[in-house]
Each structure stands twice: as structure tokens, then as C-alpha cells.
Write a protein of this length. Structure first.
Lengths: 263, 318
């Protein structure tokens, strides 16, 4: 079973995230970044599948030089090799262009060894659109089973459990397929000391757009099919009234609700 | 005037409130055309007409057996035949997947999770999104193809205007390509009888501080006619279903009032409730970060505070 896991490098959500006012794109230069937390679940699930059988996990990222950290962390967890697509022209790409670059990179990986599964997180922790996985499936012509809270792969198919609002579904797709996973699916491992040492020797390939046969005019800010016109920081919420419960906290709560016409 | 396609969200023909909101938004951009897939067309027709649908495109058959792909194919077919001014889809997980595939198929720009949509100044469509856990507001436009926009619940107040609701049966066949993934089985969830979490005007949530006993949270919620939510700590502990989780990996809600009970206010939780109009917290730790956000807070034990408030509210209602 050969699995490609798409991992994104994102600004740390615990830090102050902001935009670059020169071109309205995410400020990735002045904010510490890391492997998108939700992609760790995809790496973990891929490792479990390969460990229970055979095959390799390749992690793929599209991002600037610093995105190498996302690959490094995944290799430390146990992934076998990394592919980093880095090209200045990609800066400012929208979801459409990002999915194009990822799809071409997966085709190139698959040209060497066929890919059985493409795995992703449920959404990035910065853009958080949750659309790149489906766009990838559409571009690669793969069936997609998304938001898996359980995954079982056997022989020629992948079956997931998906918790919806009105029902819990079991969904099956024939391989090769794309699977996105939620944070319900497993508990991602921490890299062990051994894993950290081993990661240093694992192969990482660096590809440019030219390596993928993607024309620079198809990606980047100028090619984006959406445009951010303006951004404004939301005014911080100012703290309202805080009362200590001295036996009348519930009364005071009800009074506040009454004054504000919620009752 | 150009048509605006609205994908109808419904359960067996019972149209959800988000669809009325989308039809209302569609009228700002052009002539609303509803796109209806699945069973229950006759039941849905009246409510779609009531919110201004001029046309209803509809297909019957096995479309819904194969998840979202056929719906994306259907919309792509309609985009080609009607050249709409925009396509509006609800911001549910399914809606986003349909929109993502449609954007690739029709080579169109996609904007997700819009909280407002207006006609753009020089034509086009101007959207507002709330990003980075509600920390920023972004205005954006689509510059290529047909604007495809997923819209969050509560982004407009539904307005009643009667529409012609002309029935247009669409000739559509599911492609073989769409049949790669299939729903093998489906188990319906119990219905709580409370409002739906992402649509509710008031949400009352419980966290680890409930210690597994949600009864006081539920009684308080019921006194306000509210939906009940939960933190991930409460969901992970198995105290409340995952569908009720509020936060980064759960529902992002934006109600008129959000009440957090026994919830500390971790960033991942805030990502799902920070844009609520009014926020209240009940927590016994006066240093809990949730208090930084609140309009009103009670430092105290939720098992004492909530029942007292519930009683006072029920008494006031008479
Ligand atoms: C605040 C904000 C708002 C935005 N709004 C829009 C918009 O309305 N329309 C638009 O087209 N673009 C928008 N973008 C740009 C868009 O987020 C990026 O283009 C991004 O590359 C793709 O979307 P996402 O991060 O939301 O990914 P998601 O669709 O949330 O990602 C899901 C999964 O896809 C994989 N993945 C995503 N990106 C990569 C990558 N670079 N490398 C490897 N794997 C990856 C990961 O497995 C991830 O878990 C926005 C960006 C930001 C920061
Ligand atoms: C990838 C990832 C995704 C996540 N996604 C989400 C998400 O979508 N939603 C989410 O909520 N979390 C999410 N989390 C988890 C988040 O980080 C927190 O762990 C979680 O929100 C904590 O839940 P809590 O506030 O209920 O529990 P705690 O942080 O333990 O807080 C419990 C609070 O209850 C108070 N308390 C205790 N007893 C009482 C009492 N009797 N009366 C009143 N107050 C009392 C305590 O003072 C405390 O403040 C995510 C984490 C990760 C890593």
C-alpha cells in the first residue's frame, strides 16, 4: 500500500496571525509556523495502515522553504520520504491553484510507484476552507471519502465511518481513492528520539513548477480566481460585567438575560 | 436579469432555514433559481416559492446514493446551460465538497464560509468572510468564471416574497465516474427536539466542568429555547455526541447568544463561537480565558448557578 499524505505548513494559531498588507496574503514570514495540527492525524493513520501491512508513506507539501519543517515533523513521526514543491511563483495561490500543484505532484509520485491512497487532513488550520481534498480528488479522477472518523482499508477498497448531523454513515470507495480524516480518528504519536535521528537520513525531493510541467501563469496571486479586496482586524471584545456567585449568581444571570431581551 | 442558482438543503422535502437565507441573498444578485435534488419535491415547492424562487430545477432518481459528486455534475450542467450570476451553496461539509468540485469543473473561483454576500460595485459579487478564528474580517471577490460561494447559516434574515417557482425537470444522468464512492449504510441519529446547532439563535454549551452531567445545561437551554453544544473535552469523554461539538473541528456557530458552561475557552473552542453576538460564561475559575470574551460572566459552580437561573427564567415566563 503506497500512501501519499498532503501536509500543510501553517502559521501557529497560538501566535498572532495576520496578513501582509502589501498584497493581502497571509503573513507567513513574521509568524512562526508548524505542521498543520490536523494533518498529523492523516500522517498517523497512514503510518498505522503501512505498519499493519507493507508499503511506504510519502509526505507532500506545497509551500515556501520554511515548509520543510512540516515534512521534517512527518518524517520524524515515521513517514518514509518527503516531497517539497517550492517555487516563488506559488506565493498567493488560491485553493484552485494549490490543488493543481498538489495533483500534478501526486501524478509525478505515482509515475514512479503507483499510489493507492491519497490522504489529507479535514481542513488546514489557517485557510480552513476544507476544500483542497475534494478538489484534488476531482483533478485526479479519484473517488473521495471525506471526514473519516474511522478508516478501514482492505484489498481493493477503503471504508470509512462518517458522523453527520442527521446520521452516521459507512461509506466505501474503490482504490485508488482519496481519504480525508478528522481529529476523531486517532491520537497522533510524538516523534521518538529514534524517529528524530532516523528522519535526518530520509530522502526529501525538491520540485519546482517546471519539474511538474505546471506553467507559472497558472498559479500565484495574479492567477488566483478570487481576490481579497481588504482585511480588517476584528475589534477585540471588551470584557463585560463579571459577578461572583454569592448565592444569587443565577438570579443575576437571569436578570441580564431579561434586560437584553433573551427571555 | 441573470439567474442565481441556489442548491436546496432539505430533509425529505422539508426545506432548511439556510435555504430561505440563500434565496434571500440570491435576490440581491439576480433571479433566484432553486436546484432541488432528492425526494419530497412537492413538499418543498411551496416553501421555495414563498422565499422567491422563480424557477425550481429538479431531478429525481438515484442521485443521492453516490454522495456529492452527482450534485456537482448537475450544477455544472446547469451552469453551462443557464450562465448564472452566481451559485450559492450552504456551508455544510457536503456543500463545500459540491462547491469545490464545481469550481474545478467550471474553472471558477470559490469563496467558502461567507457571512455576507452583496452585489459588487462594478457587477460581480462581494463577499465577507470571518477568518483566523474570527480574528479578521476579509472582503473578497471572484475574478474568474462563475462566482461559487458557500454561505454560512444565519448570514441573512429570510424575507418572504412570492416567486413563480416554475417547475423545470432536468434531464440528468449520473456519470460512471461519480459512482466510485457509495454510502454502504446509514444510521439515523436520535433527534433531540431542540433547535439545530448551527442555525439556532441561542446556544448553551457544556464542557468538562459538567463532569458528565449535562442535565442542568439542558434544562437551562430549554428555558431559553436554545440548542445545546459541547466542548471537545466533553465529546471526547463520550458525554455528548460529536455532532454537538463547537469549535475548530466541530461546528462554527454565530448565534445571538452563546453561553459557555464549565468551558475554559481554549483557542480551538473559541474558533467556533467567537463571532457570537453576545457571550456569557459560567465558570468556577475566575481566571478561565473564556472570561476575556464575555459580555457577562458568573464566577461560580454551574450546578448552583444554572438551576437558579432556569427557575427564574421559567418563573418570568409564567
Ligand atoms: C484567511 C484565508 C482565507 C482564504 N480564503 C480563500 C478563498 O475564499 N478562496 C480561495 O480559493 N482561497 C482562499 N484562501 C487561500 C487558500 O486557503 C490557500 O490557497 C490554501 O492553499 C488552500 O486552502 P486551505 O488552506 O484552506 O486548505 P484546506 O482545503 O482546508 O486543506 C485541507 C487539506 O488539504 C491539504 N493541503 C492544503 N494545502 C496544502 C499545501 N499547501 N500543501 C500540502 N497539503 C495541503 C492538507 O492535507 C489539508 O489538511 C484563503 C487563505 C487564507 C489564509
Ligand atoms: C487539533 C485540535 C482540535 C481541537 N478542536 C476543538 C474543538 O473543535 N472544540 C473544542 O471545544 N475543543 C477543541 N480542542 C480541544 C481544546 O484544546 C480544549 O482541550 C478543550 O476545548 C477543553 O474543553 P473544556 O473547556 O470543556 O475543558 P477544560 O479546559 O478542562 O475546562 C473545564 C473548565 O470547567 C471549569 N469548571 C470545572 N468544574 C466546574 C463547575 N462545577 N462549575 C463551573 N465551572 C467548572 C474549569 O474551571 C475549567 O475552566 C481541540 C484540540 C486540538 C489539539
Amino acid at each position: 500500500m503506497n500512501i501519499v499524505v498532503c501536509v500543510k505548513y501553517v502559521p501557529d494559531a497560538q501566535a498572532e496571525r495576520t496578513f501582509d498588507s502589501s498584497d493581502n496574503t497571509t503573513d507567513r514570514a513574521n509568524v512562526d509556523g508548524l505542521l498543520s495540527e490536523l494533518d498529523e492525524y492523516a500522517v498517523e493513520e497512514a503510518l498505522k495502515i503501512v505498519e499493519a501491512g507493507e508499503g511506504e508513506v510519502t509526505v507532500l507539501t506545497v509551500g515556501p522553504a520554511s515548509a520543510a519543517d512540516a515534512i521534517k515533523k512527518s518524517l520524524q513521526m515515521g513517514a518514509h520520504r518527503g516531497v517539497h514543491v517550492d517555487d516563488d511563483a506559488i506565493h498567493g495561490s488560491d485553493a484552485i491553484a494549490t490543488s493543481l500543484v498538489l495533483a500534478e505532484a501526486i501524478k509525478k509520485i505515482g509515475a514512479e510507484t503507483p499510489v493507492d491512497l491519497v490522504m489529507t487532513g479535514m481542513a488546514s488550520t489557517d485557510g480552513a476552507m476544507g476544500v483542497v481534498p475534494t478538489m484534488l480528488a476531482e483533478r485526479l479522477g479519484l473517488p473521495a471519502v471525506t471526514l473519516a472518523s474511522e478508516l478501514e482499508v482492505d484489498g481493493g477498497s477503503a471504508t470509512i465511518r462518517r458522523d453527520g448531523d442527521t446520521s452516521t454513515q459507512s461509506i466505501t470507495a474503490t482504490l485508488p481513492a482519496l481519504v480525508s480524516v478528522t481529529d476523531q480518528i486517532n491520537e497522533p504519536r510524538y516523534p521518538s528520539f529514534k524517529g528524530i535521528m532516523a528522519a535526518k537520513k530520509k530522502p526529501v525531493e525538491h520540485w519546482s513548477l517546471a519539474d511538474l510541467g505546471v506553467d507559472a501563469s497558472q498559479v500565484g496571486l495574479d492567477a488566483a480566481w478570487t481576490r481579497v479586496e481588504a482585511f480588517t482586524a476584528r475589534p477585540p471584545r471588551s470584557q463585560g460585567e463579571i459577578v461572583n456567585d454569592e448565592g444569587d449568581g443565577g438570579q443575576k444571570l437571569a436578570a441580564f438575560l431579561g434586560e437584553h431581551k433573551f427571555v | 436579469m441573470a439567474e442565481v442558482l441556489v442548491l436546496v438543503d432539505h430533509v425529505e422535502g422539508k426545506v432548511r432555514k439556510t435555504t430561505a437565507e440563500l434565496l434571500t441573498i440570491a435576490r440581491r444578485l439576480g433571479e433566484p433559481s432553486a436546484v432541488f435534488v432528492g425526494a419530497g419535491f412537492d413538499a418543498a415547492k411551496d416553501s421555495l416559492a414563498k422565499y422567491g424562487a422563480e424557477k425550481i430545477y429538479h431531478v429525481e432518481g438515484d442521485v443521492l446514493d453516490y454522495l456529492v459528486v452527482p450534485q456537482a455534475e448537475l450544477l455544472a450542467q446547469l451552469v453551462a446551460s443557464t450562465s448564472p450570476a452566481a451559485v450559492l451553496v450552504p456551508s455544510s461539509p457536503e456543500g463545500k465538497e459540491i462547491a469545490a468540485r464545481l469550481a474545478v469543473k467550471t474553472e471558477s473561483g470559490l469563496i467558502t464560509d461567507a457571512v455576507d454576500v452583496q452585489a459588487g460595485e462594478g457587477g460581480g459579487v462581494a463577499t465577507t468572510q470571518s477568518v483566523f478564528a474570527g480574528g479578521y474580517t476579509v472582503s473578497a471577490t471572484v475574478t474568474k468564471g462563475t462566482p461559487i460561494i458557500t454561505v454560512k447559516p444565519n448570514s441573512a434574515t429570510p424575507e418572504e416574497v412570492s416567486g413563480a417557482a416554475v417547475d423545470e425537470v432536468v434531464d440528468f444522468t449520473v456519470s460512471d465516474n461519480a459512482k466510485g464512492a457509495k454510502i454502504a449504510s446509514s444510521k439515523p441519529k436520535e433527534v433531540s427536539g431542540r433547535p439545530e446547532l448551527s442555525e439556532a439563535a441561542i446556544v448553551v454549551s457544556g464542557g468538562r466542568g459538567t463532569a458528565g452531567d449535562f442535565s442542568k445545561v439542558e434544562e437551562f437551554a430549554d428555558s431559553l429555547g436554545a440548542a445545546v453544544g459541547a466542548s471537545r473535552a466533553a465529546v471526547d469523554a463520550g458525554w455528548y455526541p460529536h455532532a454537538s461539538q463547537v469549535g475548530q473541528t466541530g461546528k462554527q456557530v454565530s448565534p445571538q447568544l452563546y453561553v459557555a458552561c464549565g468551558i475554559s475557552g481554549a483557542i480551538q473552542h473559541r474558533a467556533g463561537m467567537q463571532t457570537s453576538k453576545t457571550i456569557i460564561a459560567v465558570n468556577k475559575d475566575n481566571e478561565a480565558p473564556i472570561f476575556e470574551l464575555v459580555d457577562f460572566g458568573v464566577v461560580g459552580d454551574l450546578f448552583a448557578v444554572l438551576p437558579q437561573a432556569t427557575e427564574a427564567i421559567n418563573a418570568a415566563k409564567g
